[in-house]
Each structure stands twice: as structure tokens, then as C-alpha cells.
Design a protein around this ligand. Structure first.
Ligand SMILES: Nc1nc2c(ncn2[C@@H]2O[C@H](COP(=O)(O)OP(=O)(O)OP(=O)(O)O)[C@@H](O)[C@H]2O)c(=O)[nH]1
Ligand SMILES: [Mg+2]
Length: 197
């Protein structure tokens, strides 16, 4: 039997929550994570689709290995992670996205669906409103203009990887619902591979 397989790359700076996201979606209770030291695949079955989440190390010491792997990787969807736990982390992790984008293969740059994942919305002092203002071009306009060169429509989702929710129009939805939405968009565009089981 053949089933659809959607390959999602989780990219972004260290400690933005990529591994927490992959583990929460896999249904694992996450108490603490260690920094990721090598690209790691997590395979989930959601509805009738296999989703392969490629979780990359964000720390700079692993950059050469990451670059080599990214150059030869094929993704249907990219999630660029940023950390909204505070203003300086938000700017730091957002400013790094062009570097992540540049490491992708041309095919992925041209075809893959790309989303910015604004994480850690559960923290009471998180800067979600500032993050939205930046994304909408109301603040840090030079930063956002530079980013639009790489990710033209700058679509973003606000989530808590740790508590497994996303905020859509201030409404909480489950992360699985969010992934289903992304799967539907990928399938609509023909962005999937087949896996034989
Ligand atoms: N409050 C809160 N903390 C989070 C969330 N997501 C991740 N964290 C915390 O942030 C820290 C880093 O999380 P990881 O998932 O390991 O981050 P990473 O992006 O995989 O980091 P690298 O593997 O080094 O690239 C951990 O202490 C997590 O518990 C979240 O949604 N809310
Ligand atoms: Mg990690």
C-alpha cells in the first residue's frame, strides 16, 4: 500500500523549541530536552498521511554538518522557529532566519511551503503582540523588508510547543489541528512523496 509522506524541516536558532515541538506532536510528554547535536527524524502518522519532521541542531557549533545535510535534503514544508519569550530573543532569532534560508537547496527555496513559527506563547511575559506588529511590518521595518526577500508572504503561526497549542485569531487550537491544516495545503500543491508500507 502506498501512503503520502510529507517532509517538514524544523529550522532555527538553538533553544527556539524545535525538539519540544517534534516531541509534543509525537505525543510524548516533554519535561526537558537536551540540545540537538545531529539532524534527527521523527515520523508521525496523522490522519492517513505520514509526516516526517526533520529536527535540526540550532547551535552554531553544528552548522557545518547542518549545512551539508540541508544542501541535499528535500522538504515539502519548512518551519522557521523563533522565540518570543522576550524582546531580545525575538529579534535575535528572527534576524537569523535569512542565514537558515540560504542553506536550503534551490528546489526547496522555490517550492516548499514556508512558515515562521513564533514559539513560547504560553509564557506570561512573552512578546506575542510585538511579534505580530513586526510581522505586519509595523515595527523593525528594515528587518522585515530584508526577510521578505526570502519569505515573501511571511506567513506565521503563534504556538506553544511545550503545551501543544497554536493561537489562531486568539483562539487556541491543538498543534495536531495546525499540522493538519499545513498538510492540506501541501497536498493541494502536490507537495508530498509516496511511501510504500
Ligand atoms: N515555556 C516554553 N518553553 C519552551 C517552549 N518550547 C521550548 N521551550 C523550552 O526551551 C528550551 C529549548 O527547547 P528545545 O526544544 O530543546 O529547543 P531546540 O530548538 O530544539 O534547541 P536546539 O536543539 O539546541 O536547536 C527548553 O528548555 C524547552 O523546555 C514553549 O512553547 N514554552
Ligand atoms: Mg533541539
Amino acid at each position: 500500500m502506498r501512503v503520502k509522506n510529507i517532509i517538514i524541516g524544523l529550522l532555527g536558532e538553538g533553544a527556539t523549541g524545535k525538539t519540544t515541538f517534534a516531541l509534543t506532536l509525537s505525543g510524548q510528554k516533554v519535561s526537558r530536552t537536551l540540545m540537538t547535536v545531529a539532524p534527527t527524524a521523527h515520523v508521525l502518522k496523522i490522519s492517513d498521511v505520514f509526516v516526517t519532521l526533520w529536527d535540526f541542531p540550532g547551535q552554531r557549533i553544528f552548522r557545518i554538518a547542518v549545512e551539508n545535510k540541508l544542501r541535499s535534503s528535500d522538504f515539502h514544508v519548512i518551519f522557521f522557529f523563533i522565540d518570543a519569550s522576550g524582546m531580545s530573543r525575538l529579534i535575535e532569532t528572527l534576524s537569523a532566519l535569512p542565514q537558515w534560508y540560504k542553506m536550503l537547496s534551490d528546489d526547496v527555496k522555490n517550492k516548499a511551503l514556508k512558515y515562521i513559527i513564533i514559539n513560547k506563547a504560553d509564557i506570561p511575559t512573552s512578546v506575542i503582540n510585538e511579534a505580530i506588529a513586526i510581522m505586519e511590518g509595523k515595527k523593525y521595518t528594515t528587518l522585515i523588508e530584508a526577510l521578505k526577500e526570502y519569505i515573501p508572504d511571511l506567513e506565521y503561526f503563534i504556538i506553544s510547543a511545550k503545551y501543544g497549542f497554536a493561537l489562531i485569531d486568539s483562539r487556541k487550537i491543538n498543534l495536531v489541528t495546525l499540522i493538519n491544516l499545513v498538510i492540506d495545503r501541501a497536498v493541494e500543491r502536490g507537495l508530498y512523496a509516496y511511501q510504500y508500507i
